[in-house]
Ligand binder design. Structure first.
Ligand code: ATP
Length: 361
């Protein structure tokens, strides 16, 4: 069931703006879905979310909730709960008063409000914190108060704008798991804004990857990771290598490319890729699906190791390879090769055919 619909939505802040902050965005979000807008700073994520919340009205296009047009409806008539990056809590009120705020505005009775505040605090694991002052809480606790305040009004939709960016790395990971648990339990349709691809991958049912106001791809975390639509998505999600390789043969959903050294390998390709023999394909190869072999391996690309970076779980090798007369850096993530290789060594790189994907420029 579709809950939220954006149809050809654009936002220009000034008539004279050459580029729209949000440019012809069409999206559908299902009931109960956790949907993420992901992209680099300035790509239009927050503007899109603010149009869903009603803080901005689109310059063009339509927004619908449950089939009903809300494009020009005031924010307080939309029944959304919002969580901000800076929490936006009232510092002079207690935790319970902060959480109760939306209920007071909605004229919910005192006893009912007290019961719902206690319930919401329990939901975010802050039972017994009601009487505390906001400045007596840690950043993570404050963020959970903000979440409780959004949830207590039982909104039809939760809108979250980079809610974890003020937390340290460990707390971010803990809190993202918490947010997702609470969202699953309440079944509230949620739109989440982040520039952190790992966070988006870990939390979302589906992700819309944005760039310069435009949606580049919408898909599950697995889809955007393994079948990126274009070079931008491939490089933005994870740390992909995008290689320009000549096409030897092409079929509907796969393309055979020629590696430097002459070996051939098949790569998956999207429907309607339009490539033919003799064309150049852009092939995305994830670092963890490249195997390290010896420099004389005839099925591999030969290259020289220029950097080695130990990250704990894996080791990243930077390898200089010559593709079509151009020096190209390939990143490899490996768990077992480091003992065998050092900087300056010549090695072979074997691409895993079932994990290659043709991307658009
Ligand atoms: P960030 O991750 O940095 O918050 P974002 O992807 O959320 O970025 P937006 O805040 O939506 O991006 O901004 C998109 C574009 O619109 C940017 O070029 C920004 O400068 C511009 N913009 C945003 N808000 C306004 C405003 N109120 N007036 C004019 N321009 C704006």
């Amino acid at each position: 069931m579709i809950d939220v619909e954006l149809e050809s939505v654009s936002k220009r802040f000034a008539r004279s703006d050459a580029a729209a902050a949000v440019d012809d965005v069409t999206l559908t979000i299902g009931a109960g879905e956790f949907f993420t807008l992901l992209g680099p700073s300035g790509c239009g994520k927050t503007t899109t979310l603010r149009m869903v919340a009603g803080f901005y009205f689109p310059s063009e296009g339509h927004i619908r909730f449950g089939g009903q047009d809300v494009t020009r409806l005031a924010p307080n008539k939309r029944d959304t709960g919002m969580v901000f990056q800076n929490y936006a809590l009232f510092p002079h009120l207690t935790v319970a008063q902060n959480v109760a705020y939306g209920l007071k505005v909605r004229r919910v009775g005192r006893a009912e409000a007290a019961r719902r505040v206690a319930e919401a605090l329990a939901e975010v694991h802050l039972d017994g914190y009601g009487a505390r002052r906001i400045d007596e809480l840690s950043g993570g606790q404050q963020q959970r108060v903000a979440l409780a305040r959004a949830l207590v009004i039982r909104p039809r939709m939760l809108l979250l704008d980079e809610p974890l960016s003020n937390l340290d790395a460990k707390l971010r990971e803990e809190t993202r798991t918490e947010i997702r648990r609470i969202q699953r339990e309440s079944g509230t349709t949620s739109i989440y804004v982040t520039h952190d691809q790992a966070e988006a991958m870990a939390m979302s049912d589906r992700i819309a990857v944005m760039r310069s106001g435009r949606v580049q791809q919408v898909g599950s975390p697995r889809e955007v990771y393994h079948q990126p639509a274009n070079e931008f998505v491939a490089r933005f999600i994870g740390r992909s290598n995008v290689l320009s390789l000549p096409v030897a043969a092409a079929e509907a959903t796969r393309v055979e490319v020629v590696l430097p050294g002459g070996a051939r390998v098949w790569s998956g390709a999207p429907d309607g890729h339009g490539l033919g023999t003799g064309d150049t394909a852009l092939v995305s190869a994830r670092p963890e699906y490249i195997a390290v072999t010896g420099p004389t391996d005839p099925g591999a690309i030969g290259g020289r190791v220029t950097a080695i970076e130990f990250t704990g779980m894996t080791t990243h090798l930077t390898v200089q390879v010559d593709i079509g007369g151009t020096d190209t850096e390939v990143t490899v993530a490996t768990v077992d090769a480091p003992e065998r290789v050092g900087i300056g060594d010549r090695i072979g790189l074997r691409l895993s055919a079932d994990r290659l994907w043709v991307v658009r420029p």
